[in-house]
Design a protein around this ligand. Structure first.
Ligand code: TYD
Length: 204
C-alpha cells in the first residue's frame, strides 16, 4: 500500500502522520516513512538545489524537472523496493505536490506536469492520498511561529501563489476521488491525528 500526504506549508501533515505511523507500528504493520523531495542521498542533493534560497533565478520548468528527477530516484531506490517487500510506504509529499505547486502555483498546467511525471514514475500513483487542507494564510502564520522549520524558496512565494496551490489540490481531490481523502487541517491536533489513523486503518 502506497500512501501519500499532501497539503500546503503549515498544515501539520508531518506531525499528524508521525502519530499514525507509531500507532500502526505498535499494531505490527511494517512502515517505511519517507519524504519528497529527498528520501535518498541523490534525491536529497537535488532537494538542496531546488530549495536553496540562493537559486532565485531558477526557471519554473527546470524546477518541475528537478522535482520529477528527484522523485524518480526515490522510487527506484526506496519506494519500489519497499512496496515489493510488502511494506506500507507513507510519503510526505509526492506527485500531487508537483501538480499543485508547479502545475497550479507556477501556472505550468496540471496536464503538462502529469506528462513529465508519468515518464518519471512509470505511472506509479498512490493508493491513498491524504490532503491536509487549510487556508494558506493560517498555514503561513503557523510556519512563521515554528522556529525549528527552515524557510525555503517556495515558502517565500506570495500568498496568491499559495492560494493557487490550495485550489489545485482541491481540484485534484475531485479529479481523483477514489484515492483522495480531504482532511480539515484547521481542527485541533488530536482530532486530526485520530482522523488520519482511522482513514488509514479503514483502507488497510
Ligand atoms: P519541505 O521543507 O519539505 O516542506 P513541507 O514541510 O511543507 O513539506 O519543502 C518542500 C517544498 O517543496 C514545499 O514548499 C513544497 C515544494 N514542492 C513542490 O513545489 N513540488 C513538489 O513536487 C514537491 C514534492 C514539493
Amino acid at each position: 500500500m502506497f500512501i501519500t500526504i499532501e497539503g500546503p506549508e503549515g498544515s501539520g501533515k508531518t506531525t499528524a502522520v508521525k502519530y499514525a505511523v507509531s500507532e500502526l507500528e505498535k499494531m505490527g504493520y511494517q512502515i517505511v516513512m519517507t519524504r519528497e523531495p529527498g528520501g535518498t542521498p541523490i534525491s536529497e542533493q537535488i532537494r538542496d538545489v531546488i530549495l536553496s534560497k540562493e537559486n532565485t533565478s531558477m526557471d519554473a520548468r527546470t524546477e518541475a524537472l528537478l522535482y520529477a528527477a528527484s522523485r524518480r530516484q526515490h522510487l527506484v531506490e526506496k519506494i519500489w523496493p519497499a512496496l515489493k517487500e510488502g511494506k506500507i510506504v507513507i510519503c510526505d509529499r509526492y506527485l500531487d505536490s508537483s501538480l499543485a505547486y508547479q502545475g497550479g502555483g507556477r501556472g505550468l498546467g496540471v496536464d503538462n506536469i502529469l506528462n513529465v511525471n508519468s515518464f518519471a514514475t512509470e505511472e506509479t500513483f498512490p493508493d491513498l492520498t491524504l490532503l491536509f487542507d487549510i487556508d494558506p494564510e493560517i498555514g503561513m502564520e503557523r510556519i512563521a511561529k515554528n522556529e525549528n522549520r527552515e524557510v525555503n524558496r517556495l515558502d517565500l512565494e506570495e500568498i496568491d501563489f499559495h492560494r493557487k496551490v490550495r485550489q489545485t489540490f482541491l481540484d485534484l481531490a475531485k479529479r481523483y476521488p477514489e484515492r483522495y481523502v480531504v482532511i480539515d487541517a484547521s481542527k485541533d491536533k488530536e482530532t486530526v491525528e485520530k482522523e488520519v489513523l482511522d482513514i488509514i486503518l479503514k483502507r488497510l
